[in-house]
Design a protein around this ligand. Structure first.
Ligand code: GUN
Length: 283
């Protein structure tokens, strides 16, 4: 058996077409959705992510504004910029690209963002609301993963979801989203013993670690849904995930590629959150 490959690019295209219509409706009602993107320093990966996010905004009609600062700025200065964006009615979403330089405390910055403009879903209030099952901005990568799995039309309730990785951005929240869908969720991480024994129990395996080829055929139950969140750059410049694609595709039922898997969905859910923020700004 060969796994069905889940195309993030295709799914993103459909969802973005729908979002473009919603943006047009908002514009007809006199609201132009606006996203502020804050980039500090000159990290090439951050710069390329920011560029992709702005391009995606432009494609569906969201106005995006880039605020770029050198990596020498102070925390109070950055907090002041966020405060200004919080008060700017033409800005509905604020995204501060992480990581930030060492002299700046990331949590202080995230907490400064008005929760109703926190389209990344990183503010503790949004995280708390998400865990409590209340209405919240959901973090984009976990939300994109849930969207991908839901698009397959398989029942999630009662399934065993195994998450490898426990970052605040992906691992922890993605488990919570699947828990809300009534899955049984297991978290694995660097201290987990007998990883393969755990992962072989997964109906849905989500891998968000950042280690090329961490997951091979021996880690996967036949027919499982495997979501590869890893983005690793190899010495030859090529991108690869955490899953050994060639091996796992022979065992899994569904598998996401890297690139063109989870990545495009992350950006799509950022657009979704920004449109939602703009829609709700009317109230
Ligand atoms: N750095 C790595 N991933 C992300 C993300 O999803 N959002 C932001 N703001 N920074 C990141």
């Amino acid at each position: 058996m060969t796994a069905q490959i889940i195309s993030g690019t295709e799914l993103a295209k459909e969802k973005r077409a729908q979002l473009a219509k919603e943006v047009q409706q908002l514009k007809n009602a006199g609201i132009e959705p606006g996203l502020a993107v804050v980039l500090v320093g000159d990290n090439p990966a951050s710069r390329s992510y920011v560029k992709a996010k702005q391009k995606a905004c432009e494609e569906i009609g969201i106005r995006s504004v880039l605020l770029e600062f050198p990596d020498t700025i102070t925390e109070p200065f950055l907090l002041e910029q966020i405060e200004r964006l919080n008060e700017d009615d033409s800005i509905h979403g604020i995204l501060v690209q992480l990581p930030l330089p060492r002299q700046i405390n990331e949590l202080n910055v995230i907490e400064k963002i008005a929760p109703e403009k926190d389209v990344d879903g990183f503010h503790p209030l949004n995280i708390g609301r998400m865990i409590a099952g209340q209405k919240a901005f959901l973090p984009c990568t976990p939300y994109g993963i849930l969207y991908m799995v839901q698009s397959l039309g398989v029942e999630i309730a009662g399934k065993h979801v195994v998450v490898i990785g426990r970052s605040n951005i992906v691992g922890k929240p993605v488990g919570q989203l699947f828990l809300k869908e009534n899955a049984t969720v297991t978290y694995c991480h660097s201290k987990t013993k007998n990883l393969a024994e755990m992962t072989r129990q997964a109906d849905i395996l989500i891998v968000a670690v950042g280690k090329p080829n961490l997951i091979g055929a021996e880690h996967v139950k036949k027919g499982a849904i495997v979501i590869d969140v890893g983005v690793n750059r190899l010495e030859n410049g090529k991108l690869c995930g955490d899953v050994n694609f060639d091996e796992v595709k022979e065992v899994a039922g569904y598998l996401t590629p890297v690139p063109k898997g989870v990545g495009p969905m992350t950006i799509t859910m950022l657009l979704h959150n920004t449109v939602q923020a703009a829609r709700e700004s009317r109230r």
